[in-house]
Every structure is written in C-alpha cells, then in structure tokens.
Ligand binder design. Structure first.
Ligand code: PMP
Length: 295
C-alpha cells in the first residue's frame, strides 16, 4: 500500500507513510468505533477525476454523525485534500481510503480525539474481472436494529470478514449475505443486482449499505430505458435469475458466475450488467468536473 515515497494526510499534516503513527489505546482499535470510505479516482485525458468525491465524503459525514463522531473537516475540504493527496503521490488511477479513527479511551462512550487519515494507492479491480463463484453465507447481514447498517463503520466489517472467510474456506470467491428477514442483502463489500427476463432487480434499502455505485448503476439503467425495480429479493429468486452482478467502488461492476451450486444461464457479455459496466467505465472518468485537476 505504500513505499518510501508515499505521502499520507494525517490530522492536517502531510507525512511520509512510514512516519504516520498512532496510539495503541484508541477506541477504534479496541472496539471498532470509527468510520471510513472507499473512493476511486480515474485517469482521463486532462488529468484525473475522483468519481463522486462529494457523495463519498457526504456519506463519511453521515456515518460519523450516526456514530456521534465530530468530523473536523467539511466535505469540500476533504475533497480538495484528496485531490492534493493524489497529486503529491503522482497517482491518477487510484483507490482513496479516508479513515476517521478515535483516540485513547477504554470506556464505551463518545471520544473527543477524532483523527482523520487519508491514504491512496493503486488498486486493481477488487474481485477481479472473472465471473465470481459466490456462496450464500451462513452469517446474517448485521441487523438494522443493532447497528446503523447505512453507515460505513469499521466494526461492521467483522461481519463481512467472517462471511468471505467462510466462502473462501469452502472454495468460493465471495459471500452473499441474507438479511434478518431471510432476503438477499448484499455481498461483503458490494451491492447485488439480478437480471431476469430482461429486467433488473436489486434489494431495496433497509438492510444494505446504499452504495454510490448502486445509485450510479440505477441511474444508468434508467438512462438506457432498462426496467429496474428495488424490492426484497428471495434466495430462490436469486438462484432463478438469468444473471447477477455486484456493484461497489472497489469492485466496480463485477459479474457473478454462480451462487452455491447454481450457475447462471446468461453469458456475461450478453447481459444488461455487461452493458452497464461499459457505460460505468465511461462515466467515472468525467463526473465531478469542477474538481478536476489538470496535470
Ligand atoms: N455494501 C458494502 C457492505 C460495502 O462495504 C460497499 C463498499 N463501500 C458497498 C456495498 C458498495 O458501496 P459503494 O458503491 O458506495 O462503494
């Protein structure tokens, strides 16, 4: 993730990554109370574009607010820090990871010391380009009455790690988690869509992280005149689909080949998801033009 020339942003300072240190007594490290984002920048012919930078930092603020964390930077400040971060590291196609983590406190209460760390690195498409073998997890997606599922909270990801570990131990690539009602919720770090008879379906909000890529794909589908419905999806509807795909900033639009022992009949290249992925790749380069850096 870093080498001797990598700079990171930590609490208002630009530091070489290897000199950026933190306390071992922080509440985020001990109890998982922190919030983060995953953002991608794309090279284009005039420089690079951080795709939906504002939306991502707005979500970071929203996550922080739900967790009673006072974030000391505005959305605009965080966006411009991110552009500067990529400039300083000569990165264009990059993944950006802002992390808001808390200082020392062993009590289970709000913490005053709020740290903001932002780093970036070159990261290939998460989950790769080959169709994914997915397993329905025995772990349920976190219950919305126990946690704020719509917030991107550090501790929530132990649920994701358990699910992917189980999937990989059983010879699969990725997990699909069901929600507390038994319906399909999402992958470990990505939303899910299914295609059936030329229409698209994706789980409605409530038991998912409402992804920014999910929103983008819904908008693109509407532009293309594809019928798309947000609704609860049962496990048998998933298994009976013609095709399915994940969406996420890191994974982009990623084809799912099979779920458990069921292989989807429709070839990825012939699917709506494939067309949407081509459109997505175009869109990410030029959105958010007002913040574009010319290099
Ligand atoms: N669900 C979960 C649990 C995630 O971690 C992510 C990645 N942030 C997503 C969905 C997709 O969200 P986005 O498209 O905003 O990256």
């Amino acid at each position: 993730y870093y080498n001797n020339n990598t700079f990171v942003f930590l609490n208002g300072q630009w530091l070489p990554a290897k000199e950026a240190n933190t306390s071992l007594y922080g509440q985020t490290l001990h109890y998982g109370n922190g919030v983060f984002e995953g953002i991608r920048a794309y090279k284009n012919d005039v420089g690079f574009n951080i795709f939906k930078a504002h939306e991502h930092f707005e979500r970071l603020h929203y996550s922080a607010q739900l967790m009673h964390i006072d974030l000391p930077y505005s959305v605009d400040e965080l966006v411009s820090i991110s552009y500067e971060l990529l400039d300083k590291n000569n990165l264009t196609d990059a993944y950006i990871r802002p992390l808001v983590y808390l200082g020392a406190n062993m009590a289970l209460e709000p913490v005053k010391e709020v740290n903001v760390f932002i780093c970036a690195w070159k990261w290939e498409k998460y989950l790769g380009n080959n169709p994914i073998k997915a397993k329905i997890s025995s772990y349920q997606r976190i219950h919305p009455a126990s946690q704020h599922v719509e917030a991107k909270v550090v501790g929530h990801y132990t649920n994701s790690i358990l699910a992917t570990t189980e999937a990989k131990k059983n010879g699969y690539d990725e997990a699909i988690l069901l929600d507390h009602t038994g319906h399909v919720s999402e992958g470990s770090g990505a939303n899910i869509f299914i295609e059936k008879n030329g229409e698209l379906f994706t789980p409605s909000r409530g038991n998912i992280l409402p992804g920014i890529t999910r929103r983008t794909v819904i908008d693109l589908a509407r532009e293309l005149g594809i019928k798309l419905t947000e609704k609860p999806i049962t496990k048998s509807q998933l298994l009976d689909a013609d095709c399915a795909f994940f969406t996420g900033t890191a994974a982009e639009v990623a084809p799912i080949a099979s779920v458990d022992k069921t292989t989807f009949p429709l070839h990825w290249e012939d699917s709506l998801g494939y067309n949407l992925y081509q459109m997505y790749r175009q869109k990410v380069q030029y959105n958010d033009l007002q913040n574009q850096t010319i290099i």
